[in-house]
Design a binder for this molecule. Structure first.
Ligand SMILES: NC(=O)c1ccc[n+]([C@@H]2O[C@H](COP(=O)([O-])OP(=O)(O)OC[C@H]3O[C@@H](n4cnc5c(N)ncnc54)[C@H](OP(=O)(O)O)[C@@H]3O)[C@@H](O)[C@H]2O)c1
Length: 437
């Protein structure tokens, strides 16, 4: 679908609003933390240990002080179980690190309305309500900063807002979820999905319910934020249908290797020809691509600029300390009075239509004529076969084999696969993965 005519973004109004921070004169920025979990406690740790000039932690809100109180926080910091009292206090910045939409969204709204600035790592909130919250920040005179919301400690958002603001970004390709990268890079080494997920859970890399991560919802939220800053469109993340990594088996890694590739969860978007396309899911990545080199919980993002070409960001995309570094960097930017580079954005609809080569894995009860049958279905959509790969050693009654096809529209391949629905030789739905080139 096309991008509608560009309108001034709500955030561009921000430039004209008076800043509540400006009245601070030379005293440090007074900071309240809402939430003292993995990231919140790391932010406090950095503020306490590094004594960053211009920053003063004054309040911490938690649900239970008795449960969360720690001795290493100076006695001058006030602990509270009353979020409203903290929001009504004289702090300059609310650092929201509870996560989720409620009650975090209400706190952020209240803080911005009262002219305070907000720093948050909450990708869910920013991806769904970021535009409205930026508008509130602009009218209240505060600022909203969320450098930690995408790729944790990797300065992807400041990099886009400052270093790349002069370019016209046309494509984003990224590994935005460390849990999926951990699982898939272990599967690349030969492990099976279920034990690797259990190991990720025991190491604290995956939640007890891993759906947000393995289902692609977390990466989708982050992609929507990057699309706003890089492609300058605001999209409803729910328009992007993610493909879960749970559809990948060890067989796919064997076939991927045969094709000179590996498999990673990729979040991608581009704006070729004024159309906005985005997708999230496991994809085949050439072994020579930097995306294939990322291992463990690493994140990586490649931005392609019309003028500057490719820029790669990589590093620790999650974890208490790396994420807290991004939060404290946002606080320092506020203390130093730096304002965001305003980027005009426009609302847009998003399609899943990429014209790329595909990997299709079939699992069949073998019999003569299967390839001919599939070829007819592909030909009906004018899709060219690139390669057919069948590894020996699998039983005839449960035989996996792979076809790769030349670049074709995702919708055309979907229609071709529809023609095969219900065929008696198919033991499961064919797995269709995009191939990044
Ligand atoms: N962890 C990471 O690696 C990472 C990376 C990037 C971004 N983030 C984002 O950072 C934020 C914080 O994540 P986290 O990993 O630090 O989470 P966490 O360890 O679960 O900590 C959340 C904190 O918020 C409090 N909290 C949660 N729900 C609350 C509620 N309804 N009312 C009051 N307090 C509530 C918790 O209180 P209790 O102590 O009472 O449970 C806890 O102190 C999230 O938005 C997350 O998406 C995290």
């Amino acid at each position: 679908m096309s991008v509608p005519e560009e309108k001034p973004s709500p955030s561009s109004e921000q430039a004209t609003a008076p800043s509540a921070l400006d009245s601070r004169a030379h005293r440090p920025l007074r900071i309240a933390l809402l939430g003292f979990g993995t990231v919140g406690s790391s932010v406090a740790r950095i503020l306490v240990e590094s004594r960053s000039e211009g920053l003063e932690l004054t309040q911490i809100y938690v649900r239970s002080v008795a449960r969360r109180h720690v001795d290493w926080v100076p006695a001058s910091v006030q602990w509270s179980e009353d979020a409203d009292a903290v929001l009504a206090s004289d702090v300059d910045v609310i650092v929201e690190l509870a996560g989720g939409i409620d009650p975090a969204g209400g706190w952020v709204r209240k803080a911005l309305k009262s002219g305070k600035s907000v720093v948050t790592a909450n990708k869910k909130l920013i991806s769904l309500q970021g535009v409205e919250l930026e508008r509130l920040a602009a009218s209240g005179g505060g600022q909203l900063k969320y450098g930690a919301a995408v790729a944790g400690g990797i300065p992807v958002i400041p990099g886009l807002e400052q270093g790349l603001a002069g370019d016209q970004i046309v494509r984003i390709e990224g590994i935005l979820n460390g849990t999926c990268n951990f699982i898939l890079s272990k599967m690349q080494e030969g492990a099976e999905y279920t034990p690797v997920l259990a190991s990720a859970q025991s190491k604290g890399y995956a939640e007890a319910d891993p759906t947000e991560d393995v289902g692609g919802f977390d990466a989708r939220a982050k992609l929507a934020i990057l699309m706003r800053l890089a492609l300058r469109v605001h999209v409803d993340p729910e328009e992007i249908a993610p493909l879960p990594i749970t559809s990948i088996t060890s067989v796919d890694f064997i076939y991927a290797r045969e094709l000179g590739c590996t498999i990673r969860q990729i979040a991608r978007a581009d704006s070729a020809g004024g159309q906005i396309a985005a997708s999230v899911g496991p994809m085949l990545v050439d072994m020579h691509s930097p995306l294939a080199w990322s291992r463990g919980t690493e994140n990586m993002v490649i931005f392609t600029g019309h003028y500057g070409g490719d820029v790669v960001f990589s590093g620790h995309g999650a974890g208490g300390h790396p994420t807290a570094v991004a939060v404290v960097s946002d606080l320092l930017a506020l203390a130093q009075g730096s304002r965001r580079v305003e980027i005009p954005t426009a609302p847009a609809h998003v399609s899943a239509e990429f014209e790329v080569p595909h990997y299709i894995r079939f699992m069949v009860n073998d019999k003569p004529g299967i390839i001919a049958n599939i070829t007819v279905a592909l030909a009906s959509e004018k899709i060219n076969i690139r390669a057919i790969v069948q590894k020996p050693g699998y039983p005839q009654h449960a035989l996996p084999f792979v076809m790769t096809v030349e670049p074709c529209k995702s919708s055309a391949l979907k229609r071709a696969m529809e023609c095969l629905r219900g065929k008696d030789y198919l033991l499961e739905e064919p797995l269709d993965l995009q191939m990044l080139e």
